[in-house]
Design a protein around this ligand. Structure first.
Ligand code: HEM
Length: 436
């Protein structure tokens, strides 16, 4: 049982003593019930983000989307992000992600038969993809197998507070920690400079009436386009867009799936069989467009067992309070559903701790107690991009390699080293890749 599981087990035991609700401070409730997911997070939106999100400021012109607590402003502002991460934009990003997957696979090929720390290579891959998709900027981290100086800044500051992860509010946390602030400012300075360069490029293009009708090529350009066109969904001011700019780079790519697949060779063999059926001529046949349900099930099952944010996302009940089942929760209470706990509860999942991708054949992510991207107005707008990246990388690995732990303790060490630091921090995962 890893550290996260041990802590959560203690939490679950307390939960089970008090009818699924845990009073974690005088006005905070952690509610381990699937019925609470709809009431707390889904539409119609009855709660708002808790004051915890106001760490940077309450002034809506000076904060990122992720810190915005005013419901109608958040809804409006999110539209620009949804365009920058929507299906039209993803079609533009996909070939560039594929190019990075090719590079990742070539690095794996170079190291065939030798242990590879896939946590590190996934990090290089993830930052390279998000540099490109976020800013049209290539960090060349995979190529050079080392960190870009700007990324070193964010990485060092995250490590200084023991946090690595996929959610934007990490950034506001880091900026408040004295030991982490200096390296973090190298990163934000880089983001602001890139933002400025993008502005100049867009202004030049507008002056030359060039590319006016083309969709933007990266997420930040979608936000700038909204700003330039006076669209109501644009970040409300100069500081707001500066706060938004680093968000794509906080969305760290992780390869937890490979831990579960190396631990469950039958599931990996099934994944390989399914992928080979789809691409009988192997790599020459491979395309990222195919929808392969079992591949989705593997990703969903990993996000169930190891969600990036294991704790509950805190929301504030409205002044009139709200009902969860037959229970009245007074106004001004901070409520949340504990993600890790609800996603591993035997009452809601059979054989809850087991990795069983096939369980998803008869389940839906919308109606199960599955909330790794949260739900409703708050849902992660990057989820389709994240799923696309994961599908591409995983299907290519399954098509070309068998995987195993590099030594007998590699799996155990990984499992024991996973830490709950608001988001999950993953230790090294040493794997062997053997060509098929
Ligand atoms: C497996 C990968 C990912 C996971 C598990 C994840 C998870 C989450 C979660 C749980 C939240 C809600 C945070 C909260 O309300 O406090 C969130 C928000 C957000 N995520 Fe992701 N995320 C992932 C990848 C991405 C990517 C690739 C992007 C691309 C830029 C992204 C952009 C965002 C943004 C902009 C928000 C703020 C949404 C809002 O305020 O409504 N995420 N994510």
């Amino acid at each position: 049982m890893n550290n996260v599981a041990k802590n959560v087990k203690a939490f679950e035991d307390i939960h089970s003593l008090c009818v699924s609700c845990l009073l974690s401070s005088p006005r905070e409730l952690s509610i381990n019930r699937p019925s609470a997911i709809g009431v707390i997070y889904e539409s119609p939106t009855r709660t708002t983000r808790s004051p915890w999100y106001a760490q940077v400021s309450n002034d809506v012109t000076k904060i990122s989307l992720n810190s915005t607590r005013v419901l109608n402003l958040h809804k409006l502002r999110k539209k620009a992000w949804e365009r920058g991460l929507g299906f039209r934009a993803l079609a533009i990003y996909a070939p560039r992600i594929k190019a990075k997957v090719d590079l990742l696979l070539s690095k794996i090929a170079d190291r065939c038969g030798q242990p590879i720390d896939i946590t590190e290579y996934a990090m290089f891959f993830g930052f390279d993809v998000m540099g490109d998709i976020g800013f049209s900027k290539d960090f060349h981290m995979l190529e050079q197998e080392s960190e870009h100086p700007a990324i070193k800044g964010v990485h060092e500051s995250m490590l200084a507070i023991g946090v690595l992860g996929t959610v934007p509010w990490l950034l506001s946390m880091i900026s408040k920690v004295p030991g982490a602030a200096a390296s973090f400012s190298r990163f934000t300075t880089w983001c602001h400079q890139e933002l400025q360069k993008k502005r100049e490029i867009m202004a030049n293009e507008a002056a030359m009436l060039k590319d006016q009708d083309q969709d933007p090529r990266d997420i930040i350009s979608w936000l700038l386009k909204a700003l330039n066109e006076g669209d109501p969904s644009a970040p409300p001011g100069e500081i707001a867009i500066q706060e938004d700019a680093p968000i794509p780079l906080a969305s760290l790519f992780q390869m937890r799936k490979l831990y579960y697949l190396a631990s469950n060779p039958n599931s990996y063999r099934r994944l390989q069989a399914v992928i080979h059926q789809e691409f009988p001529k192997g790599i020459n046949d491979w395309t990222y467009e195919k929808n392969i349900p079992y591949l989705n099930y593997v990703i969903q099952e990993t996000l169930r067992l190891m969600p990036s944010v294991p704790g509950g996302l805190p929301r504030l009940t409205p002044p009139q309070g709200l009902m969860i089942d037959d229970q009245f929760i007074p106004g001004g209470t901070i409520v949340s559903v504990p993600t890790y706990t609800v996603q591993r509860d035997e009452r809601f999942w059979s054989d809850a701790d087991a990795f069983k991708p096939e369980r998803w054949e008869s389940l839906s992510t919308e109606t199960s107690a599955w909330i790794p991207f949260t739900r409703g107005q708050w849902v992660c707008p990057g989820r389709n991009l994240a799923m696309m990246e994961l599908r591409m990388a995983l299907s290519r690995i399954a098509l070309q390699y068998t995987i195993s732990f590099a030594h007998t303790d590699a799996g155990k060490n990984f499992d024991a080293g996973v830490k709950d630091t608001f988001t999950l921090t993953l230790p090294s995962l040493h794997l062997l890749f053997t060509p098929l």
